[in-house]
Each structure stands twice: as structure tokens, then as C-alpha cells.
Design a binder for this molecule. Structure first.
Ligand SMILES: *Cc1c(COP(=O)(O)O)cnc(C)c1O
Length: 468
């Protein structure tokens, strides 16, 4: 072997050893972050597509015509699937966040161009994805969050509509929301937005490629007049590797407003629809290949598998004493809260439950409780994102969900003061030592401390992870 060859093998070996500490990306034991179609063939297809596009720079579709072709095909595919007509255009982005951010920027710029002055508002139910908090922070909008019902996790259309006004640059609803999987009332909100002249974004980042195959839902996509933009992540239920999503606009003018262009520097003219400059074309190529290979029918079959598995799991959790499923989940995801109507001895705290499940080999996602602007607290919950692979491990998972609940039934939620006391009275102690085994106390801190304090602690925690 050459010198480089040996060093290269050694580097790959080291990379593999880094990976051994990761959560398993396949097999259905991690119920968030990863979207496993349960097919080695699709994984291989994605890898081969990425390999073909690896050296290409997605920055410039005039130099690399393949990038334009891939994006055009994907936008057309998404538009057709999501009820858009000829009027609907769009772009490929690097992910859900990068679809949401330009949607907000575009709306803000159009609002200003129409004469809006001062600070515009971004109006949404409190369950809207944090990407919109980021967008408001980046682009200088005031976030106006409408409280939802703590039992169902759902907003009412009236509560959203009541806050429309000429200072609203964009309203956002979700299909479905990430925290509780509720399908927001798209049609009535869209009608009111159209009357008020306010654009409406449907955040279908997680639902965009599954809800078209769910039955009995009210209309939620581009079929609804008044919906002006929509985001759908190909790296979620399109099963592409991370780094690809689509943002659709109704009307070419909106897409034009998304672009940033400048010729006012001595370098090449910059004309970008997205936040990134140079970017990989790999994930989009992988999404493209997957969509070509599966077609609508293949995607639909995978979606129905995930939706079916979700129904079984919702039934299982509903039957577990002391837990309740929040609301009526509209997609392959749901949140689980403690059943407050049960006797305290029979109640199951969802965070202790998630910790117990981790001990049994299953990773669920803990979500903190939140006091809304009206003073009503949304419960702390545990979130499950269900993918096609889940169907392959369903009985095992159902047994674990029941067994986990039996292990922690009657143990109350960690009180924030208790969590602080466990750290010797100093919350900064969480920064020293390894990440804690049980996450319930950490989430109690998140819920109990003022957000500014928690955010600062979490930044410190994450920043230290990558400091050399
Ligand atoms: C995942 C998600 C996003 C953000 O997507 P990223 O790909 O993680 O950036 C936005 N909205 C919803 C509803 C999501 O589920």
C-alpha cells in the first residue's frame, strides 16, 4: 500500500470508531432524528447518487446543469404531490430550517415592499417549529404565538384569525406540528388570511411526504386557496440523507423575492435562492434518485406502513394505565403525556418513562412543558417519530412501552428544585462531567429555570462539546 493509502485506511478506521458511540441510525430503535425506510436497497441507491454528484458545486446551476435538472424535477414532483398547479414554483434547500427561513425572509421583504414599516409580526400557534423562532430572530420579526389547548395540543382557527392585522408579514400553520402532531386548521385560517391580505405558510416539513397518503384529513396543502408557500423535507419522509428539503411558493413573484442577488463586489455575480453559497448537490441527487425509483406509489406504500404502525402504537399507549396520547395525531408521530385523571400512584411520568425505555434499548425524545402566554401550561411529553422500519419491530417496541411504564409508574415528575439540589445547588455543575444518564432531571431544569438561563447553559454545554 502507498503511504497515502495506509493513512487513508487508518483515517477511515478512526471514523468508524467515532461512529461506534452514536445512536443506531437503522433498525427502528431511535424514534426521532432518523427516518429509516427499512430498506438497504434505498440506502445504497442514495449512496450511489451522492457519489455521482460528489464533486459538483450546487452553487451554480449554469455551470452544473445537472443541479438545475435535479431541482426542477424535484420541485415538479413536490408541486404535483402537494396539490399545486402551474402557478406554483419553488427551490430545493438544505433542510427544513433552510426552507422555513427563506419563507419568512421572502414574506418580510414583500411586506416591506408593500409599504410596511416598523417591526412586522410573524403569527403562528405556539406549536410552530423552533425554526420560525430562529427566522424571527435572524430577520427581525416579532414572534406572536397563539396558545393551544393543553389536552389536544391544537389551536383554534378563531384564535389565530383574531390576531391577523396589517403588521403581520406572515402567518404560519403546521401540517402537522412537530411537538404534538396536530394538523392545524389550514382552510379557515387561509380564508381569513386571504381576506386580510396576509400570506400563509404551511409548514409541512415533517408531513409533506406522508400526509398526502393519509385518509380522512381536511385539506391542508396547496389545494387550499390562500396558502402562499409550503415547506416539505425530503430528508424526512423522502428518506434522503440529511441536507434536502423543498420550499414551494404560489406565484413566480414570491420566488423572485426569495432570491438574493448582488453584482456590487469585484467577484462573480452572486445569485442565490437559499442561505448557503457553495453547497453539496449530493443530498438532492439522492432524494431525486429515491423519488424516481419509488414513484408516488412506492412513497405511498412506505407512508401507509408508517401510518399503520403509528395507529398501533397510539392504541398501545392509550391502553397503558397512567399515560395519555396528546390530541389526535395527524401523521406518523405523536406525543405522550401523563394521564392526570389517573390516581398519582397509577400515573406515569413521560420523562421517567423515556429514561426507562432508554435502559431497555429504545430512544424516545423528551419535550419540556411550557407555560403559554395565557398562563396555561402545556404538559411535558415524550415524542415518538414513527418510520416504516418501526413496523418491523412493532411487537418488541409495544412490549417495551408497556414494560417501561411498569418500571416507573407512580414516580412523580422531577421537581426543578430537586434537580438543582441534585447538582449540589449549582446548575452549572451540569457542564462538568459526562452527559447525565437520566434526562428527566435535565428536562426539569429546562422547564424550571428562566429560558434565558437555560438557553445560556445549553449553549455552553453544546459549545464545549466541540471545543478542541
Ligand atoms: C423537522 C422540522 C423542521 C425543521 O427541519 P430541519 O430539517 O431539522 O431543519 C421544521 N418544521 C417541522 C414541522 C419539522 O418537523
Amino acid at each position: 500500500m502507498t503511504e497515502l493509502g495506509e493513512a487513508a485506511e487508518a483515517a477511515l478506521e478512526r471514523l468508524r470508531s467515532y461512529r461506534t458511540g452514536d445512536a443506531p441510525t437503522h433498525g427502528g430503535h431511535v424514534l426521532s432524528y432518523v427516518y429509516d425506510p427499512g430498506s438497504a436497497e434505498l440506502d445504497e441507491l442514495a449512496a450511489r447518487a451522492i457519489r455521482i454528484m460528489q464533486p459538483v458545486n450546487g452553487l451554480d446551476p449554469t455551470t452544473f446543469g445537472s443541479v438545475a435538472a435535479i431541482e426542477r424535477d424535484l420541485v415538479r414532483f413536490a408541486r404535483d404531490l402537494l396539490g399545486g398547479d402551474e402557478e406554483v414554483v419553488g427551490t430545493i434547500t438544505s433542510g427544513g430550517t433552510e426552507s422555513c427561513l427563506p419563507a419568512v425572509k421572502t414574506a418580510r421583504d414583500l411586506w416591506r415592499a408593500a409599504g410596511g414599516t416598523g417591526t412586522p409580526r410573524l403569527l403562528a400557534p405556539v406549536t410552530v417549529h423552533a425554526a420560525f423562532h430562529k427566522a424571527a430572530s435572524y430577520f427581525g420579526l416579532e414572534l406572536d404565538l397563539v396558545p393551544v389547548d393543553p389536552l389536544t395540543g391544537a389551536p383554534t382557527a378563531d384564535a389565530v384569525i383574531a390576531r391577523l392585522g396589517s403588521d403581520v408579514a406572515l402567518a404560519v400553520v403546521s401540517a402537522p406540528s412537530y411537538p404534538f402532531a396536530t394538523l392545524d386548521p389550514v382552510r379557515p385560517v387561509a380564508a381569513a388570511c386571504a381576506d386580510a391580505g396576509v400570506p400563509l405558510h404551511v409548514d409541512a416539513c415533517i408531513g409533506g411526504l406522508v400526509l398526502p397518503f393519509a385518509e380522512g384529513l381536511p385539506d391542508w396543502d396547496l389545494r387550499v386557496p390562500g396558502v402562499t408557500s409550503l415547506s416539505a423535507d425530503l430528508h424526512k419522509y423522502g428518506y434522503a440523507p440529511k441536507g434536502v428539503s423543498v420550499l414551494l411558493h404560489r406565484g413566480a413573484d414570491r420566488l423572485r423575492a426569495q432570491y438574493f442577488a448582488t453584482t456590487r463586489w469585484p467577484g462573480y455575480p452572486v445569485v442565490n435562492p437559499t442561505m448557503l453559497g457553495s453547497r453539496s448537490a449530493g443530498p438532492a441527487a439522492a432524494a431525486w434518485a429515491i423519488v424516481q425509483a419509488l414513484g408516488v406509489d412506492g412513497l405511498g406504500a412506505l407512508a401507509r406502513t408508517a401510518l399503520e404502525a403509528t395507529r398501533s402504537l397510539v392504541d398501545t399507549v392509550t391502553e397503558i394505565e397512567g399515560l395519555r396520547v396528546v390530541g389526535t395525531p395527524a401523521g406518523p408521530l405523536f406525543a405522550v403525556a401523563a394521564d392526570d385523571s389517573a390516581h398519582p400512584d397509577a400515573r406515569v411520568d413521560p420523562h421517567h418513562w423515556a429514561d426507562a425505555l432508554r435502559g431497555l434499548g429504545w430512544q424516545l425524545q423528551l419535550q419540556p412543558g411550557l407555560v403559554q402566554e395565557d398562563g396555561v401550561r402545556l404538559p411535558h411529553t415524550t415524542h415518538l417519530t414513527v418510520t416504516p422500519v418501526t413496523a418491523q419491530v412493532l411487537p418488541e417496541l409495544q412490549d417495551a412501552l408497556r414494560a417501561g411504564a411498569d418500571l416507573v409508574r407512580g414516580i412523580p415528575q422531577v421537581a426543578p428544585m430537586e434537580a438543582i439540589a441534585a447538582l449540589g445547588g449549582d446548575v452549572t455543575a451540569v457542564l462538568d462531567g459526562p452527559l447525565p444518564e437520566s434526562l428527566a432531571p435535565l428536562l426539569a431544569l429546562v422547564e424550571g429555570l428562566p429560558p434565558e438561563r437555560t438557553e445560556q447553559l445549553l449553549i455552553e454545554l453544546l459549545a464545549r462539546l466541540i471545543e478542541p
